[in-house]
Design a protein around this ligand. Structure first.
Ligand SMILES: [Zn+2]
Length: 52
C-alpha cells in the first residue's frame, strides 16, 4: 500500500517497500509494484522520486 504524507505543504506518496518518496501517486504505485515483485528498485522509476 502506497502511503501518503505531507511535507512542506506538499503531498507525497511513499513506496512502502523501499521507502522512497514520490510527488505523484502513479510513480509510487509503479515503484511498489516493481519492488515487491523484484525485491529491488528500478532505476527508471526511482529517477522520478522526490528528494528530501
Ligand atoms: Zn519502491
Amino acid at each position: 500500500m502506497v502511503k501518503e504524507t505531507r511535507k512542506k505543504g506538499g503531498k507525497f506518496y511513499i513506496c512502502e517497500e523501499c521507502g522512497l518518496m514520490y510527488k505523484e501517486r502513479v510513480w509510487a504505485e509503479k515503484c511498489e509494484a516493481y519492488c515487491s515483485k523484484h525485491h529491488a528498485c528500478s532505476l527508471a522509476i526511482i529517477t522520478h522520486a522526490a528528494g528530501e
